[in-house]
Design a protein around this ligand. Structure first.
Ligand SMILES: CC(C)(COP(=O)(O)OP(=O)(O)OC[C@H]1O[C@@H](n2cnc3c(N)ncnc32)[C@H](O)[C@@H]1OP(=O)(O)O)[C@@H](O)C(=O)NCCC(=O)NCCS
Length: 179
């Protein structure tokens, strides 16, 4: 029996960092991996209209392969106070697309949006066991200024309340000039 020989080739993919649109909502679930965040994504998307949040996606062929959200004002004023500090969160890149600077581009795009709106600080929380992400943030100038027990809850796609407990470091970066 003839066996098909292996064939190798390379491809180049264009990635666009843009604001999230309604059509991204089902795709952001990444074929079920994030279906539990269905309501979280929708409510965040709705907040985008009121200007409370800005949701960035890395788009590859109209599929959101990465995401990073900005919260402008939070009950936790040390994270986001609506005029000087804003909070970056929900940061993820599809595993197959990692380590190709998409995450870095998302961070840079978010910081640029904040600079244009005259914010002077960006804040981020990172789980204390997520050494890879911590390394990435520190490389981009974020420093630890505190810690949090990372307790929060959300309603999943089945209407069940889910509780999260993820102790994290709080990081911040001063946004100055162009980078
Ligand atoms: C963190 C994350 C968004 C980075 O995206 P990315 O496109 O791979 O980022 P970049 O290519 O710009 O940078 C790569 C760096 O990310 C960091 N990193 C964090 N988690 C990583 C992981 N699971 N695998 C590989 N790199 C990771 C490393 O510092 C890596 O640099 P290195 O290759 O020198 O070690 C991505 O790894 C991810 O989705 N991780 C799972 C979700 C997560 O941990 N989110 C952060 C929550 S605070």
């Amino acid at each position: 029996m003839d066996v098909q020989p292996e064939v190798s080739f390379s491809i180049q993919l264009a990635i666009t960092i843009r604001q999230m649109q309604e059509r991204d909502l089902p795709l952001l679930e990444w074929h079920g991996e994030f279906e539990h965040f269905r309501q979280v994504f929708r409510r965040s998307y709705q907040d985008q209209h009121s200007g409370r949040r800005c949701l960035l996606v890395a788009d590859c062929n109209q599929y959101p392969v990465g995401r990073l959200f900005i919260l402008y004002e939070s009950r936790n004023q040390y994270l986001a106070d609506g005029h000087q500090r804003a909070y970056l969160y929900s940061f993820a890149v599809l595993p197959l697309f990692r380590r190709q600077q998409i995450g870095t581009r998302l961070i840079l795009a978010a910081e640029e949006i904040l600079r244009r709106q005259h914010y002077s600080r960006a804040t981020i929380a990172v789980a204390q066991d997520n050494e890879g992400a911590l390394r990435l943030y520190q490389r981009h100038g974020y420093t630890i200024f505190g810690e949090d027990d990372g307790r929060w809850r959300y309603t999943d796609h089945r209407g069940m309340t889910r509780h999260v407990y993820e102790p994290c470091w709080l990081l911040e970066k001063t946004l100055t000039g162009d980078e």
